[in-house]
Design a protein around this ligand. Structure first.
Ligand code: PTJ
Length: 234
């Protein structure tokens, strides 16, 4: 209830879009099906995603209205500890909204947030959603996309980037386009990821083992099985 109230308030303030509220409801529905827990497979995907971020040359965390509203402090903490850049990249580009989302992150302590000045375009998307920054998403080798839409996730993958998605829907286009899909609720996933950074920072062999032994399609099948098993328990 507290989270819903926060999202509703930030919708009125212009940070969260109207469809962001619908997207959140969709996420809640999948989370009920999953049992509102982090499965061992999701925890593994979280570690693999951190391994990719620590191995990256220019890791970027893409932030939209929902992500900024749900967990600004955790996004900032993950970005600082990796370290990674934060870029605000919106699906609904209403006039003045980027500024509101950036300001919301800055009020939570974020520094040097990218996204105010968009000077590059992702190939393969015709709308304004292709716009990004050359310093951030355009030149990133690894992009963390919590709650991403399918078109952009596919475009990022086609651009040769390692795409790390956080998406409670294991059959979404985003989930299937990503290199690693974390099927977990965002506010549970981020603290787990922050904890994994400490374990993996100095352990290069373990990072590489995690990356080379991970297969996203197998991961997604296991997450679908986890939903089915949960529904079959009394
Ligand atoms: O702020 P904007 O304009 O950039 O818009 C952001 C939204 C989320 C509206 C936009 O990216 C969008 O339309 O996304 P989709 O296509 O609705 O995808 C969102 C996915 O995230 C869905 O598969 C949801 O199940 C999932 N999801 C929603 N809330 C959570 C979530 N996954 C993890 N944690 C959540 N809290």
């Amino acid at each position: 209830m507290v989270v819903r109230e926060r999202l509703a308030e930030l919708n009125i303030a212009g940070v969260v879009s109207a469809t962001g509220l619908i997207a959140h409801g969709r996420g809640e529905a999948f989370d009920y099906l999953l049992g509102e827990r982090t499965t061992s497979d999701a925890l593994l995907a979280e570690k693999v995603a951190v391994a990719y971020m620590l191995e990256a040359k220019n890791p970027v965390i893409s932030v939209n209205g929902n992500v900024a509203a749900l967990c600004p402090e955790e996004i900032i903490s993950l970005a600082e500890t990796i370290p990674a850049r934060i870029e605000v990249n919106l699906f609904h580009r209403v006039e003045g909204r980027v500024e509101k989302v950036v300001a919301h992150l800055e009020a939570a302590g974020a520094k040097k947030v990218l996204g105010r000045n968009l000077d590059a375009r992702l190939e393969g998307i015709s709308s304004d959603r292709a716009l990004c920054t050359s310093e951030g998403i355009f030149s990133a080798d690894v992009v963390l996309v919590p709650l991403e839409d399918g078109d952009r996730a596919e475009a990022l993958a086609r651009a040769g980037k390692i795409v790390l998605a956080i998406d409670l829907n294991p059959i979404s286009r985003t989930a299937r386009a990503a290199t690693v899909t974390i099927v977990d609720e965002l506010t549970r996933a981020l603290p787990n990821m922050i904890r994994s950074v400490a374990d993996l920072r100095e352990d290069v062999p373990e990072r590489r083992r995690l990356i080379s032994s991970f297969d996203n399609m197998t991961n997604l099948k296991r997450m679908v099985q986890a939903i089915c098993s949960h529904l079959q328990t009394d």
